[in-house]
Design a protein around this ligand. Structure first.
Ligand SMILES: C[S@@+](CC[C@H](N)C(=O)[O-])C[C@H]1O[C@@H](n2cnc3c(N)ncnc32)[C@H](O)[C@@H]1O
Length: 292
């Protein structure tokens, strides 16, 4: 069974005052949030963006009962200004970003998860060239260390990269399992059986690099604040501290410039019930702003 989209009640509640015009769902994914918005806000229209074609096919299927009230666009949300200009849309009263990969990404065989043996791909947009395989097998040592240390906040980055370099000299590192095993071996034995698998941070780091996630978030969310109508609402759901910090800083900066009122002093997180129903929602943080 498909679970409800993350923090869907809260997201709907913040968009409730919007009576007309467009809401841009910048990460439409499988269309979960968009479906709820189209159903509960009968006079709004949706622009749904995703860089993954497969996500857009699923969104189309999910949303078809609302035909005429939504348009789907395959693109990165970093180009949100150009997308809206091309569509000649000016009255945007809401933006939603639900960042990261979606539940179905983890099930597709693209190497996002180390639970199964898959090729090291990790591309959300399968038309781009850079894959996790390239990053792991071709990046120079220093760059790989920097990525795993910064994007994974991984304190054993040096040791992990040392072992990656040794291994890739012998033969290419092609699969998720090969990489997960190298990371596992790089951890001190006493720390190998923690709450999260040792490979979690390294996989997060490489995924961020492959999809250029942090700079796209910065660009997309900043442009969204600019594009929003006066009184409009922007909501961003992030899943790890690096994403959340970027969003927090953009909102703070916009507040200083008197462009945005921050409606969430502290980010909103899912309640116990939601976490029980959908465990990956555990790390979600929602920040909301209102355009001044
Ligand atoms: C967590 S899912 C969204 C799920 C969606 N809210 C739902 O309810 O079905 C995140 C989606 O954002 C997409 N995505 C991530 N970064 C993106 C970017 N820079 N531009 C466009 N789409 C992006 C991913 O492909 C994925 O489908």
């Amino acid at each position: 069974m498909e679970h409800y989209p993350v923090l869907h009640r809260e997201v709907l509640q913040f968009f409730k005052p919007i009576k007309e015009g467009y809401i841009v769902d910048a990460t439409v994914g499988g269309g979960g949030h968009s479906y709820i918005l189209l159903k509960n806000l009968p006079d709004i229209k949706i622009i749904g963006i995703d860089k993954d074609e497969y996500a857009l096919e699923r969104a189309e299927e999910r949303l078809k009962e609302f035909k005429g009230r939504y348009q789907l666009v395959k693109s990165s949300f970093k180009d949100i200004d150009r997308i809206l200009d091309d569509l000649k849309i000016r009255d945007v009263n809401g933006f939603l970003f639900d960042l990261g990969v979606s539940a179905f990404h983890l099930k597709t065989e693209r190497g996002f998860s180390f639970q199964r043996e898959e090729f090291l791909d990790m591309r959300m947009d399968r038309t781009q060239h850079l894959t996790a395989y390239e990053v792991v097998n071709r990046y120079p040592k220093n760059l790989l260390e920097k990525i795993i240390f910064e994007f994974g906040e991984e304190k054993f980055a040096k040791k992990i990269v040392k072992n990656i370099i040794e291994e890739r000299k012998k033969k290419p590192i092609e699969t998720t399992k090969q990489l997960a095993d190298i990371v596992y071996r790089s951890y001190p034995p006493a720390l190998r059986r923690g709450r999260i698998h040792p490979a979690t941070r390294t996989f997060q780091a490489i995924r961020i690099e492959v999809n250029n996630e942090l700079s796209e978030i910065k660009e997309g969310v900043s442009k969204a604040v600019e594009k929003l109508n006066k009184g409009g609402i922007i909501q961003v759901i992030s899943f790890h501290s690096l994403e959340d910090r970027i969003v927090k800083n953009i909102f703070r900066e916009a507040k200083k410039l008197k462009k945005l009122e921050i409606l969430t002093k502290k980010p909103i997180t899912p309640g116990e019930e939601e976490i029980k129903e959908n465990p990956p929602s555990r790390s979600a943080k929602l920040r909301v702003g209102k355009k001044l």
